[in-house]
Design a protein around this ligand. Structure first.
Ligand code: DGJ
Length: 765
C-alpha cells in the first residue's frame, strides 16, 4: 500500500507495521516488531521500495544483555535501533522519554497502537514549526505508541517534504489515564544510526564571536552540546549539528544535519554505544525540566528538522536554506526584497535627540537607504542602561513630536521607519517595575542576579505578556512603524514561577519561551506587514524557532568585517543569507579597533540583509560616494544574494601557514546565469602560492563574463566556460606586493593587503 503526495510518499507494508517514507532523494524506514516496539531500519539516500525490509532487524545473543521476553535470549532493546527508546526495560542508553508516575516509577513501555497518513503538515499549537502552503508539498505520517499502565499515548509525527531532502519530526504526549504524570525528558528526535564513522560538527562561540565551526570525531560515550540559559538557545552553542563522514568536504560526502526549531534550553547529543551504533538525540534540555501532565491534557514537543545529503556540507546548507526560505519564514517578507537599513546604535548609542536622528536619516536617504531604525534609548527614562526597560512610551525630551512625528518625517523622506524594543526585560528603575515588582522572574527569599542592570520579565505569566503586548500595540498603532528590532540581552537566573505551585516549577523555562512566541504571534496577527528583526546581544538567539517570527536576525554585535567573515561563514552552515542581519560600521571598529576599508566592509555586509550602522556625517566625500555605489549595487543584486544558492569556497577555520589567510564564498542564481563571488583576504603572507577558486553551482555548458568590483585582477572582463571555472578554477592570485622583496615592485594588479577584498560578478553571455 502506498500513500503518496506528489513526490513525497509513505509505503506501508507488513500489514500496517512497516513504513517507508521517501521523496526520491531520501528514504526513512521504520518497522514495528512483534513486541510493538518501533524500530529504525534505515535513513539515508533514497532506495527503491520492497515489500519487506524486515531483514534489517538484526538480533543475536549477546552476553550481559538484559532480555525482556522470557525464554528469548536474542531479544534485547539494548541491541536494537529504536525510534522512541526508553530506559529501564533492557536499553541502557539515553532514552527519548522519561516520565515520573504517581507511584514514583519511571518505567514505561510504549507500544504501537496505530498510525495515520495525511497530505501536508499539521500546525504545532503555540510553537514555531515548518509549514507547507499546499497539501502536495509534504506528507505526514503519525504513529501512536501507547503505554497501557499509565494510559499515556505518544504520537510521533514525521513530515517528509516533497522536494527537499528534509524530514520534520516532533512528539506529542496525551495523558488518557486517570493519574497525572510528570514528563522529565522528551526528545523531539531520537535517531539510531548503524555506525559511528562520523565527524560531529557544531557551531560554538560567545558574544561577538558567534558560530565558529568546530569538528570532532565521534567517540564512544556521549558528545553533547546545549543551552541551560533559559531565554535563548545562546551564543555558546547553536541548536543545530551535523554528522558527516570523515572524508566529507563542502561539495562531496554524506552529511546528516539536524536543527531544533526552538529558542530555549536544549540538548543535542550523540551517544556511541559499544557496538558502534550512534544515537542522535535533540530536544528540550532535560536538566531543570519537568512538565506536569494532568489526565486529559497533552504536551507537544518542538520539532527537529533533519536533512540527509551526499553533496557535502554545502549540500546540507542548501537543504536548510531552502527549508527556511520556503517553509519556515512567513508573511509578506518571505518573498519581498528586504529594505537596506541604517541603524543609529553605533552612531549615537544613548546620545541623541530628534534633530540628530533626522540628520542621519536625511543623509542616509540620499545614499539610497530605505529604512531608518531607531535603536535603544527612545523610551521612558532610558538615558543609559540603568533605567527605562518596561516603559514603552517615547521620551518627550528626545522625541518632542512623539513617535508619530518622527515616523512621519522619516516617511516623508521616502523611507520606512523602524523601532527597537527589548520586550522581555525590565529595569528596576521603571514605572513597570515599581507597579509590579512581582512581574520580574525571581525566587522569593533569594537574591536576583542581573545583567547589564536588567531583569527578566516573567513571561510565564499571561498578565505580563498581555501588558507588554498592550504597550507595544499602542506604539505600533500611533505611528507608521514598518519594522521592529526585537532585542533580548539577558539569560535567566533564579527561575521561579510565582503564580504556579511546586509541581509546575520545572515548566518555567519552556513556559517562558512559549510566552515569547505568543507575543510575537499576537503582534504579527495585529500587524501582518511588520518585519521583525530578531536580536539577542547580537546573535544569541539565532535559531529556527525565531526565524518563524523574525525573517532576519542580527548576526552579531561584532561589526568588524574581518570578524564577520568567520561569523557569517559559520552561520551559513544552517541559515540563509536572507536571515543574516549585517551592517557596515565606522572604523576604527568599535569591537576590535581594526581599520578595514569601506570596500571590504561593504563586500562582507552585502552577503546578508545589508545595512549601515554609522553616522554618514563622519564619512568623507569619497566614502559617501562609495556608499551610494554600494547601496545601488546591492539593490541590483539583492534578489540573487537572498534567493540564490550559497556556496562556501574557502574556510576561515582551516588555515594553511603557506597561504594568505583567506575566505571565499559565492552565490548563484536559480537559473545559473548570474553569480557573485566574494574573495576576502584576512592576513597577507609573503611568497604565497598562486591561488584558484574552484567555483561551484555554475552551468558547465554556459560561458560567463567576469567583472571585478573593488579590486584588480588579470581576469577582469574575460569570459570563461562554467566548466573551466569549476574544474580548472578561477585564477584568484592577488599579486601581493610582498611576493617580491623589492620596494615598489607591486605589479599592475595593485597592491592587495591585509583585509582587502574583491567581488567577481559573473554573467552568462
Ligand atoms: C544589544 C544589541 O545587540 C545591539 O545591537 C543594540 O541594540 C543594543 N543591545 C542596545 O542596547
Amino acid at each position: 500500500m502506498q500513500s503518496s503526495n506528489a513526490k513525497a510518499k509513505v509505503f506501508v507494508h507488513a500489514e500496517g507495521k512497516e513504513f517507508h517514507l521517501t521523496n526520491g532523494q531520501v528514504s526513512y524506514i521504520v518497522r514495528v516488531n512483534a513486541e510493538g516496539k518501533l524500530l529504525q531500519l534505515y535513513y539515508g539516500a533514497a532506495v527503491s521500495d520492497r515489500d519487506d525490509f524486515g531483514y534489517l532487524v538484526e538480533m543475536q545473543r549477546r552476553s550481559t544483555a538484559s532480555c525482556p521476553v522470557e525464554g528469548n535470549l536474542t531479544y534485547s532493546l539494548e541491541h536494537l535501533r529504536q525510534e522512541f527508546p526508553e530506559y529501564g526495560t533492557s536499553d541502557y542508553r539515553m532514552p527519548a522519554i522519561s516520565m515520573a508516575q504517581a507511584n514514583g516509577s519511571r518505567i514505561t513501555d510504549f507500544r504501537f497502537a496505530g498510525y495515520r497518513i495525511g497530505g501536508g503538515k499539521p500546525k504545532l499549537d503555540g510553537l514555531p514549526a515548518t509549514y507547507v502552503d499546499q497539501e502536495n508539498e509534504a506528507v505526514t505520517l503519525s504513529i501512536d505508541l501507547f503505554d497501557a499502565p499509565t494510559g499515556v499515548t505518544a504520537t510521533l509525527k514525521y513530515t517528509m517534504f516533497a522536494t527537499l531532502p528534509v524530514i520534520a519530526r516532533s512528539v506529542s504526549l496525551h495523558n488518557g489515564g486517570e493519574k497525572a504524570v510528570d514528563i522529565e525528558r522528551l526528545m523531539s528526535l531520537s535517531l539510531d544510526l548503524p555506525d559511528d564513522d562520523y565527524m560531529f560538527t557544531q557551531l560554538t562561540g560567545s558574544w561577538a564571536r558567534e558560530r565558529s565551526i568546530v569538528r570532532s570525531r565521534l567517540h564512544p560515550g556521549i558528545q553533547q552540546i546545549g543551552s541551560l540559559r533559559g531565554s535563548a538557545s545562546s551564543h555558546i552553542h547553536n541548536p543545530a549539528i551535523a554528522l558527516a563522514r570523515p572524508e566529507t568536504t563542502e561539495s562531496h560526502g554524506e552529511v546528516i544535519g539536524a536543527a531544533f526549531v526552538y529558542s530555549g534550553n536544549f540538548e543535542a547529543h550523540v551517544e556511541v554505544d559499544p557496538f558502534a551504533v550512534s544515537r542522535l538525540q535533540m530536544g528540550i534540555a532535560d536538566f531543570g525540566f519537568t512538565w506536569h501532565l494532568d489526565p486529559g491534557s497533552s504536551f507537544q514537543s518542538p520539532e527537529v528538522v533533519f536533512a540527509y545529503t551526499s553533496q557535502g556540507y554545502n549540500g546540507m546548507s542548501h537543504a536548510f536554506h531552502d527549508l527556511v526560505r520556503r517553509h519556515l519564514v512567513r508573511g509578506p517578507w518571505r518573498d519581498k526584497e528586504r529594505p537596506v537599513l541604517i541603524n543609529n546604535w553605533e552612531a549615537t548609542y544613548f546620545d541623541f535627540d530628534e534633530k540628530k536622528l533626522l540628520s542621519i536619516a536625511k543623509q542616509a536617504q540620499k545614499l539610497g537607504v530605505e529604512l531608518f531604525v531607531l535603536d535603544d534609548g527612545w523610551f521612558g527614562e532610558r538615558h543609559n542602561d540603568t533605567a527605562g526597560l518596561g516603559d514603552w512610551t517615547p521620551n518627550p525630551e528626545r522625541l518632542p513630536e512623539g513617535l508619530k512625528g518622527l515616523a512621519q518625517r522619516i516617511n516623508d523622506m521616502g523611507m520606512m521607519f523602524g523601532l527597537w524594543f527589548e520586550p522581555e526585560m525590565v529595569n528596576k528603575d521603571s514605572d513597570l517595575y515599581r507597579a509590579h515588582p512581582d512581574w520580574m522572574l525571581h525566587t522569593p527569599g533569594r537574591r536576583a542576579s542581573h545583567g547589564r542592570n536588567e531583569y527578566v520579565l516573567d513571561f510565564t505569566n499571561p498578565d505580563v505578556v498581555d501588558e507588554i503586548y498592550r504597550q507595544m500595540h499602542a506604539m505600533l498603532s500611533t505611528a507608521n512603524i514598518g519594522y521592529i528590532k526585537w532585542d533580548m540581552n539577558r539569560y535567566i537566573t533564579e527561575a521561579f514561577d510565582v503564580t504556579r505551585g511546586a509541581e509546575h516549577q520545572g515548566e518555567v523555562f519552556h513556559r517562558y519561551i512559549l510566552g515569547v512566541y505568543q507575543l510575537h504571534e499576537r503582534l504579527l496577527n495585529a500587524f501582518p506587514n511588520l518585519i521583525i528583526e530578531g536580536c539577542a546581544s547580537g546573535g544569541g538567539r539565532f535559531d529556527m524557532g525565531m526565524l518563524y517570527y523574525t525573517p532576519q536576525i542580527w548576526t552579531s554585535d561584532d561589526t568588524d568585517a574581518v570578524e564577520r567573515m568567520s561569523i557569517q561563514y559559520g552561520t551559513s552552515m544552517f541559515y540563509p543569507l536572507s536571515a543574516m542581519g549585517s551592517h557596515v560600521s565606522i572604523v576604527p571598529n568599535h569591537q576590535t579597533g581594526r581599520e578595514v576599508s569601506m570596500n571590504t566592509r561593504a563586500n562582507v555586509a552585502m552577503f546578508g540583509t545589508f545595512g549601515y550602522e554609522l553616522d554618514p556625517a563622519a564619512l568623507s566625500e569619497k566614502e559617501l560616494k562609495q556608499v551610494a555605489d554600494d547601496v545601488a549595487f546591492f539593490k541590483r543584486h539583492r534578489e540573487l544574494i537572498h534567493q540564490g544558492d550559497f556556496y562556501r569556497l574557502v574556510s576561515p577555520f582551516e588555515r594553511d601557514s603557506r597561504r594568505n589567510d583567506s575566505v571565499a564564498w559565492m552565490v548563484v542564481s536559480a537559473d545559473r546565469t548570474q553569480a557573485i563571488v566574494g574573495d576576502y583576504r584576512m592576513l597577507e603572507h609573503p611568497m604565497s602560492p598562486f591561488t584558484r577558486l574552484h567555483l561551484q553551482g555554475l552551468d558547465p555548458s554556459l560561458r560567463y563574463r567576469i567583472q571585478v568590483r573593488g579590486g584588480a585582477s588579470t581576469i577582469n572582463g574575460m569570459t570563461f566556460g562554467g566548466d573551466e571555472l569549476m574544474r580548472i578554477g578561477m585564477l584568484s592570485t592577488d599579486a601581493s606586493a610582498s611576493s617580491s622583496a623589492e620596494a615598489g615592485s607591486a605589479n599592475s594588479l595593485g597592491n592587495p593587503h591585509d583585509f582587502s577584498s574583491r567581488l567577481f560578478i559573473l554573467s552568462a553571455c
